[in-house]
Write a protein of this length. Structure first.
Length: 364
């Protein structure tokens, strides 16, 4: 077991360096698509691993916030890179990717966490106050960014005007910033697993694992930065191949958003499922909802700035089918998280919702 862990650590140390070298090489010459794909996936996994190392050092709930921010930086970088590389597809890419990420998190990731945790532990508990606050913030962000554009009249179609786009970007940043402040400073205990709350008043969590050393944390910080650079540049190199492949398959344009969301969220999803299996559902939900909030709260403002600066129009409003699925997911999630306890049933419901979303994406 120890040898496997050491091998995994070495792999996660090698891929950021390999990815950075490949990314620099891609600026000067074309690279093999399969090689780029393997290195890109390895760099994504390594990025989340090193974010986890840093997160372990700083502790909860800062840890899940760092993980969410690392994943979102990768996602924003991918979206902005692909938007500039393929302007003809840029109009809906941000919307499709953000919507896909929300559906993956609310249904696939949450469903897997609830189901795997309930199978092993029968019933799991979490703190309703913090999770309820996160879900309320997520509801406002998703409706304002993905639904409201269909009902404004300044610009025809599912678009915001530049003024509206700037206002929505500011609202998104304020909401996410306030949530992060509440999560990490003002009401930190709302987001801690019960066993990590300072019950005895000594200023320390009642249970905790030994954190990594400062040297290991610093190394992980450098490798995390290298991974992020590698992911963005390699994605730009791979985007024409992905577009041609999807066109050959006759896949709808929204499938690209699903692929980006799945690639970015896969490593973090594994971390959330592992936490649920270890009976730490609070950590799993912090990861899931934190990622969803960061995805909208940071991606939309970044895309809005790019749109305003480059005069590139972006379509944010969802179609009727996607709007129904979004509302259904938010309603079901609010019911699932209403009483602070979860069972197998909730997990299956969320997984079936994701199956419906995936099926209607490929067979619209």
């Amino acid at each position: 077991m120890t040898s496997k862990l050491r091998l995994a650590d070495r792999t996660n140390d090698i891929f950021p360096i390999l990815g950075f070298v490949a990314a620099m090489a891609s600026l000067a010459m074309p690279l093999n698509a399969w090689m780029v794909t393997i290195i890109l996936m390895g760099a994504v996994v390594a990025a989340v691993h090193h974010a986890e190392v840093i997160a372990h050092r700083v502790g909860e709930p800062f840890g899940t916030l760092i993980l969410a921010l690392a994943v979102t930086v990768i996602e924003v970088g991918l979206i902005l890179t692909l938007m500039q590389a393929e302007p003809e597809k840029a109009q809906t890419l941000a919307r499709d990717t953000v919507f896909a990420a929300v559906m993956v998190i609310l249904n696939l990731l949450m469903g897997l966490c609830l189901l795997s945790g309930a199978i092993r532990h029968h019933e799991q508990r979490f703190q309703r106050t913090g999770i309820g606050a996160a879900l309320a913030t997520l509801t406002v962000l998703t409706i304002v960014t993905l639904v409201l554009p269909n009902f404004t009249s300044s610009v025809p179609g599912p678009f915001y005007s530049e003024t509206q786009l700037g206002f929505v970007a500011a609202v998104s940043l304020i909401l996410y910033g306030t949530f992060a402040l509440v999560q990490t400073v003002r009401h930190r205990d709302y987001f801690l697993p019960e066993e990590d709350i300072d019950v005895d008043g000594d200023g320390e969590p009642d249970t905790h694992a030994a954190p990594p050393t400062m040297q290991r944390t610093a190394i992980s910080g450098g490798l995390l930065l290298a991974s992020l650079v590698a992911v963005v540049l390699l994605a730009k190199n791979l985007s024409p191949v992905m577009g041609a492949l999807l066109a050959d398959w006759g896949a709808p344009p929204a499938v690209l958003g699903v692929l980006i969301a799945a690639l970015i969220l896969a490593p973090e999803g594994l971390a959330a499922v592992r936490a649920a299996k270890a009976d730490r559902l609070q950590t799993s939900l912090n990861l899931a909802l934190g990622s969803a909030l960061a995805t909208i709260g940071l991606t939309i403002p970044a895309v809005a700035i790019l749109s305003i600066v480059t005069d590139l129009p972006i379509s944010l409003g969802l179609d009727a089918k996607s709007t129904v699925l979004l509302f259904l997911s938010l309603i079901v999630a609010s019911q699932t998280l209403a009483n602070g306890r979860t069972t197998v049933l909730q997990g299956v419901i969320h997984l079936m919702l994701f199956a419906i979303y995936l099926f209607t994406t490929f067979v619209p």
